[in-house]
Design a binder for this molecule. Sequence first.
Ligand SMILES: Cc1cc2nc3c(=O)[nH]c(=O)nc-3n(C[C@H](O)[C@H](O)[C@H](O)COP(=O)(O)OP(=O)(O)OC[C@H]3O[C@@H](n4cnc5c(N)ncnc54)[C@H](O)[C@@H]3O)c2cc1C
Length: 519
Amino acid sequence: MNRSTLIQNLLDDPQKQFDILVIGGGATGLGIALDAVTRGYKTILFEQSDFAKGTSSRSTKLVHGGVRYMAQGDILLVIEALHERGLMLKNAPHLTANQEFIIPVYTFWDVFLYTVGLKFYDLLAGRLSMGKSYFINRSRALKRLPLLKSEGLKGGIVYHDGQFDDSRMAVALASACVENGGTVLNYFRVNTLLKDEKGKITGIKAKDIETEKEYSINSRLVINATGIFADEIHKMDDPSSKPTIRPSQGVHIVIDHSFLQSSSAIMIPKTDDGRVLFAIPWYGKVVVGTTDTPLETITLEPRALDEEIDFILNTAGNYLTNPPKREDLKCIFAGLRPLAANPDNPEATKEVSRRHKITLSRSGLLSIIGGKWTSYRRMAEETIDKGINAGIIENKKCITRNFSFNANDKPVESDRLRIYGNQASEIEMMIREQPVLGELIHQKLPYTKAEIVWICRNEMPRTLEDMLARRTRSLFLDARASAEAGPVVAELMAKELGFSSSWQESEISRFKNLAINYT
Ligand SMILES: Cc1cc2nc3c(=O)[nH]c(=O)nc-3n(C[C@H](O)[C@H](O)[C@H](O)COP(=O)(O)OP(=O)(O)OC[C@H]3O[C@@H](n4cnc5c(N)ncnc54)[C@H](O)[C@@H]3O)c2cc1C
């Protein structure tokens, strides 16, 4: 992916006429763009910030059917998501993993309830099951989770679900779009929808945030995949449109692995506010969350509320012998769920279905809101099919069910580099040729200088934050260390991407200020 080349190609295209234009570069938009381009449509996507800057880098990182949605009776959603879980693990094995979860149980009723419930979950997964669920007694549960509180413990229910790296999956989708002939541009904001004399949408106007240059692009189909920002695009289409999104904030904390000391994750099926809470090993740390707080304000940088952090710490503290405290937190991150508003009960967000909604406006704007990361592929297929069924684009067959991302087909010496798929060997080669590139960017972060250079050359990072938050997960793993790594990384980026020393200075200070919000 090379941003200048993609922009130059666009400038060289006299018609600037596309079949499909996607607004929004999160899981939903990138999934749609990949579906479209692999069907053979001429496709372009605009993201106002960086890919996955919004909700798509702030998830719990689960590829799952959703045990909780099953408990809520949303069985169809669970079956669909379990199917998609299977496809995602098969098609992107380098970015996903089979994760063992244990539900600690303290009453015999819970032993019965969760054993039966998870057997049903297994059943719904069918042949795409990731492993059978089963009960383990108290001593085996404590062997697998040595820091679990033992008082009153009856045992644990073991089950399997998928785990992934959300923002790297987004970058994999963007790369795959470009490899297949599509155009995906970050830091391009769509400001206006263009219409013909009959009021039908014919394209958009978008501004390159870096140069302030405005572009007019024509497209037969324009898709609004802007997540929590969907209503802004609806307003561009019809200023009198009613709100369709009810944002709900979910917060996670990241702590050292020493608080869990296990490769198994913990799933707490019923917190005081009726949610589930996960503590999941991730890149040598543990991600704990989440919350469900209805909010009024929509922003790209949501901030965790003190009560949300306290709630997670208190709940985790009820289960762990060495409870983490405020000062132990490596990172606090918040994300906004783009839930479809429930007109009958606008306050309720826990109960709002996570199912996506696709709508077509009178002017031809196709919008998709809600949904889950896990279901991105199916959501994309349904969206493009809707455009076909509405007669806006011609019929072409979806091929993403078996679309394989750059999975490792060559041996990778370092298992950690598996996230780069079959390109990991290029990074290994760089380190062999220039051993200094094998140095870590910070002693508390797992990333090497070679990865920074390779990412600059291949994955279109434009800011220090793109590199430290989403190409590498430094900010999420250890916010303080990531800020300390800023100068080294900014220097490498400036050299690779041709940025000035003033760019370095301003990026270091901007990132430092951002990282404070994650501590
Ligand atoms: C706390 C939390 C935990 C979650 N955990 C999981 C999980 O474990 N597993 C799972 O499957 N799902 C999970 N989800 C759900 C999943 O993360 C979301 O469904 C998904 O990321 C939404 O993606 P999106 O593309 O619709 O939205 P976003 O990722 O927010 O993308 C929308 C993009 O549109 C861009 N945009 C907006 N306006 C414009 C414009 N005018 N021009 C150009 N671009 C624009 C924004 O910058 C943004 O990047 C979780 C969600 C939350 C909040």
